[in-house]
Design a protein around this ligand. Structure first.
Ligand SMILES: [Zn+2]
Length: 125
């Protein structure tokens, strides 16, 4: 996945598979951090993830309407869920990231979920 195909902010991103999902490590040249924090590369990577999920048939970023990304000191994390049948899906869970019906919910919750961690490393150029 090209987090920043223009190379303006990040370069050399690598993807590692972990038990819960994937870790994407992107190197950001220190000189590119205009505000000296990760806000700009995070916003760019989050926009890429949202558009990739929007193009996908059945992969959703959980809580995409409310709070899709969990900020971390090293970047952010997101939870992906697979929707099996949009007519049976618990849309509240997919859109808000939580379901108020709990165990009593008769709508489909994702059978498979994965975590994507996007970690930024600052490098000298
Ligand atoms: Zn539910």
């Amino acid at each position: 996945m090209a987090l920043d195909s223009s190379g303006v902010l990040a370069k050399n991103s690598t993807i590692k598979e972990i038990n819960e999902g994937w870790v994407i490590v992107a190197q950001v040249p220190f000189a590119n951090l205009r505000g000296k924090d990760l806000a700009a590369p995070c916003a760019l990577a989050q926009a890429h993830l949202l558009s990739a999920a929007a193009k996908s048939q059945n992969i959703y970023i959980m809580g995409y309407c409310l709070r899709p990304f969990m900020p971390q000191s090293w970047g952010f994390a997101a939870r992906l869920g697979a929707m099996m049948d949009e007519n049976q899906a618990c849309w509240g869970l997919f859109q808000k990231g939580y379901c108020t019906r709990g165990c009593a919910c008769q709508w489909q919750h994702p059978q498979q979920q994965a975590i994507v961690r996007v970690e930024f490393q600052t490098v000298q150029n």
